[in-house]
Design a binder for this molecule. Structure first.
Ligand code: KG4
Ligand code: ZN
Length: 341
């Protein structure tokens, strides 16, 4: 017997992107993201401005997602939304909108953990690409998080290691800021790095035990290095930007790959998936593919649009939860801190 088609409207508003998507089972019918340019001039996300922009964006973004999917609200089976982790003011906008809509349409409401969603993005139907098989390891790298997760099943995950201070994305963005690049600097570091010599400037690597990460020392190391160089040559950054970026990217990539190798060794699991905004980084992607080939790992890298924050990943997680009837009560709360467990 054919399974009925489940239509889920998904909403993501955990940080500075307002996003909505419509899925038919594991297929994406529409995936709309409104970026908030307002933060650029402040050099980082300003929480107050983010929640205000979500309030302005949410109705047009959801309407656009429904229109693009050619779906009427009455055809929806459930509403999924990000309940955390993230910025409280931002999460509340998505949560209240999702709750009212689910209540109005009298359909189930499904709360979704944003970090789980980054991992489950791999299960979005993608032109025949084979999704990971359980158990697998997921390296989730974004502006807010850096985690290695053992994924035993769609709803069964265990964090094996995580950052004790800055996230990888912050390491990229803060380094970029020291180089005078605008926010978010991660993609720019990547761009300049492609033309630079990665071995020119050796930066310090943290000595963190187990599978945990630390990136705050790297930022300080880069700061002292730049101060010293600029005392001798005030034009040091401008004259060496590509090599500096390549060296920073090489160091960060090395830190991530070392921990992944350790995680594979420790768990005996050699299927590895990456997710989160920083997995858009070309150096990290290349290194992962190379390590995979060298060590016989099966590697999964999502499409770019499913790496950065998006609502399709919330939708696929909602779909897994829908199948298990894991619905949320209308008094479900947004959670700024929300571990995967
Ligand atoms: O997952 P995401 O879109 O939002 C969060 O949940 O944080 O990740 C955003 C982060 C930012 O720090 C941004 O600089 C970084 O991902 N990023 C990159 C690249 N593209 C995005 N970092 C390095 N290289 C890139 N190509
Ligand atoms: Zn994210």
């Amino acid at each position: 017997m054919q399974r009925e088609t489940i239509h889920i409207l998904a909403i993501e508003s955990s940080c500075d992107d307002t996003a909505a998507a419509v899925l038919a089972n594991d297929r994406v019918l529409s995936n709309v993201v409104a970026n908030q340019a307002v933060h650029r001039e402040y050099g980082g996300v300003v929480p107050e401005l983010a929640s205000r922009a979500h309030q302005q964006n949410i109705v047009p973004v959801v309407s656009q997602a429904l229109a693009k999917a050619n779906i009427d609200k009455k055809q929806l089976s459930a509403i999924a939304f990000t309940s955390g982790p993230g910025l409280m003011g931002s999460l509340l906008v998505g949560a209240s909108f999702a709750k009212s809509l689910a209540l109005g349409l009298d359909i189930p409401l499904i709360e979704v953990n944003h970090m789980r969603a980054h991992i489950l993005a791999h299960f979005i139907s993608n032109g025949g690409h084979k999704p990971p098989t359980f158990p697998f390891l997921a390296l989730t790298i974004s502006g807010g998080h850096t985690q290695i997760v053992r994924v035993n099943g769609p709803l069964e995950m265990e964090v094996l290691g995580q950052t004790k201070d800055d996230a990888v994305g912050e390491a990229f963005d803060k380094s970029a800021k020291l180089l005078g690049l605008p926010y978010p600097g991660g993609p720019l570091v990547d761009q300049y790095a492609q033309k630079g010599d990665a071995l020119r400037f050796p930066f310090p690597r943290p000595k963190m035990p187990g599978l945990d990460f630390s990136f705050s020392g790297l930022k300080t190391g880069i700061l002292y290095f730049l101060q010293k160089q600029q005392r001798e040559n005030p034009h040091f950054v401008a004259e060496n930007l590509e090599d500096i970026c390549a060296s920073i990217q090489y160091t960060i990539t090395g830190i991530l790959m070392d921990k992944l190798k350790k995680a594979v060794k420790q768990t005996g699991i050699s299927e590895v998936a990456i997710g989160g905004g920083v997995s858009a980084n070309s150096g990290i992607r290349k290194a992962l593919v190379q390590e995979g080939k060298k060590r016989g790992w099966t590697v999964h890298i999502p499409k770019l649009e499913y790496c950065t924050d998006n609502a399709a990943m919330i939708g696929i997680t909602g779909y897994f939860k829908y199948r298990e009837k894991l619905f949320s009560a209308v008094d479900v709360t947004a959670k700024a801190r929300y571990t995967i467990r």
